[in-house]
Structures are given as structure tokens and as C-alpha cells.
Design a protein around this ligand. Structure first.
Ligand code: ZN
Length: 305
């Protein structure tokens, strides 16, 4: 594990009771579309606007900001001035959860006081795609601890998930995990085109049972619990198994569209006909990457050189 340090000796604080009671209070919290900074635990805040969230950790030695926001909305410059006026500390670290522009834009406003941190795979995307963000000076492969003002913020890479560089941001002493575009719950992904589905299944299980997680800040929507990972995993397991079973039975993609309706998930999960169609298309494509479909005559489906 890599480690970067602020200063100060570690402080042991009695968080547990406060965290449990705050988790109960916060789970009922509705975050509207207005810009806001919402305190969750002693040092950890959710910040966000327009239904999209980032995380803020405030310590006596400075702040850690996880993620920017959409381009051109001014949300991140607003966050910077709020941190200055409310807390009077500089932002020392900017964590980039993944390379998607809508989550990291305008983080360059922190260049005067902060260094950016992200996964090793993030950097080539930022450069090639010309993303607008604070470019990381520190990257890591598996995990990295930021120690600042007596608070430990752990960055965790669980392998390729949604993009090849998505990380989780954990403050274990306060039981908070920031899991953008990973804690989906009943809000299904539009498709699986930038997802490693099999690794996602493993990682959702890992996150669903990770210790020291009392509350989960998703990338979009209100505060979640850890069960959220397992709820989404149930959908992902089911659609993967159903599409695969039909492929094994030599059914075409057109036939599979008519057969995989996910009826048992509708109502509870947020499934539109368009997103289900894209889910089936991209799951079929994902599964086809490593297996040859059966054909009725036992002949190759496509000529192989
Ligand atoms: Zn994303």
C-alpha cells in the first residue's frame, strides 16, 4: 500500500456511536438539486448539486475533495469558496474517482494548493481524451492511504469495473465509503459497454461486505447503505445468466430480446425498455468476447481462418 502523509500524530476518536446515529439520520436525507455541503460524520461531508455527489473530508490540516462536477456549471469554484469561508483550510488533495469528464471537471481550480491523486490507469485517459481536470501528480495501483490532520482516507482499486480506473474512497474510522458509479442499487447502468462484468460481480461482493462501512455516498442520488452493492449485483447476476443460457441454447440476439424481460425486477428496479435493450445488447457482446455461440448444426457460426 502506498501512503502519502500530511502531518500530525494519529488521533483515536470515539466515532462509533456518533457514526451509527448519524447513519440513521442521514439515510432519510434527501439531497436536492441545489448546491450543498452536507455533514455526515465528524470529518466527512457529501457535497453536490444537480443530483450528483462528491465527497469532502475536512481536517485541521486541510481538506480532501473527491471529484469535481459537470463542466461549466461553476459548482467546483463554488465549493472552493465555501471551503475557504466555512472551514478556513486549504484543499490539500483532490481525488479523481475515474476519468469520466462529468465527475472531474473544474477540479483544476484547486491547483494553487492541492495535488491530484488517481489510479494509474486514469492518466492516459485524461491525456488522450483531453479531459478537463487537475492532472494527478500521484497515482497508485492497488490502494493508497492519504493521512491528513489525523484522518486516514483510503483509496481502493478493485480492478476494472465501470471504466478501467474507477476507485473507491473510504474513511474507515468514520464508516463512510464514496462509491461513484458503483453503488447503483436499483438504478441500473444504461449498458455494459465500459464495464468488466465478471470483475464487477466480484467487486460488488467485496464492497457489499467491506468492513467499516456504515454509509455509502453514491455518484448520483441520495445516501445509500452497503446493501446497495448486493442489490445491484442481484440484477447483474440474473441478466448475465439469462443471456448466457439463451446463447448456449443457440438463440439469436433478436430472440433473446423477446425472452429476457426481467419482469421479476421491474417495479423494484428502475428499468426502461430502452435501457433493458441496451443491457441485453451489451451483455451479449460481452459474453461473445470469449465464447463461441452454439449453432444448431454444430458448424462454426462464422468462418474461422
Ligand atoms: Zn462514470
Amino acid at each position: 500500500m502506498k501512503r502519502v502523509k500530511g502531518q500530525l500524530p494519529a488521533r483515536r476518536l470515539l466515532f462509533l456511536m456518533a457514526v451509527v446515529s448519524l447513519a440513521g439520520a442521514a439515510s432519510a436525507q434527501e439531497w436536492g438539486s441545489e448546491r450543498s455541503i452536507d455533514r455526515l460524520t465528524e470529518h466527512v461531508y457529501r457535497w453536490g448539486a444537480d443530483g450528483q455527489n462528491g465527497m469532502l473530508v475536512v481536517t485541521p490540516e486541510g481538506a480532501v475533495v473527491a471529484d469535481g462536477h459537470y463542466c461549466g456549471r461553476g459548482h467546483v469554484p463554488w465549493l472552493k469558496s465555501e471551503i475557504e469561508s466555512r472551514f478556513g483550510v486549504p484543499v490539500r488533495y483532490v481525488v479523481l474517482s475515474h476519468d469520466h469528464q462529468s465527475h472531474i471537471c473544474e477540479t483544476e481550480v484547486f491547483a494553487d494548493t492541492a495535488i491530484a491523486v488517481g489510479h494509474r490507469n486514469l492518466l492516459p485517459h485524461l491525456v488522450r481524451e483531453g479531459r478537463r481536470a487537475l492532472i494527478p501528480q500521484v497515482t497508485f495501483e492497488e490502494s493508497l492511504d492519504i493521512d491528513l490532520g489525523g484522518v486516514k482516507v483510503t483509496l481502493i482499486y478493485l480492478g476494472p469495473l465501470h471504466s478501467d480506473n474507477l476507485i473507491q474512497v473510504h474513511v474507515p474510522a468514520e464508516g463512510v465509503l464514496y462509491a461513484p458509479d458503483f453503488a447503483r442499487g436499483t438504478n441500473i447502468f444504461p449498458d455494459f459497454r465500459d464495464m468488466d462484468v465478471d470483475n464487477m460481480l466480484d467487486a460488488l461482493l467485496t464492497a457489499g461486505h467491506m468492513p467499516d462501512v456504515e454509509m455509502v455516498i453514491p455518484g448520483h442520488g441520495n445516501l445509500k447503505t452497503q446493501d446497495n452493492f448486493l442489490v445491484y449485483r442481484r440484477y447483474l447476476v440474473s441478466i448475465r445468466e439469462q443471456v448466457l443460457a439463451h446463447m448456449v441454447a443457440s438463440r439469436t440476439l433478436d430472440e433473446i430480446h423477446g425472452l429476457v424481460t426481467m419482469e421479476e425486477f421491474r417495479g423494484e428496479y428502475n428499468i426502461s425498455d430502452a435501457s433493458l435493450r441496451n443491457n441485453i445488447d451489451s451483455m451479449y457482446d460481452y459474453l461473445y468476447r470469449y465464447r463461441e455461440p452454439n449453432s444448431p448444426a454444430g458448424l462454426p457460426v462464422r468462418a474461422v481462418d
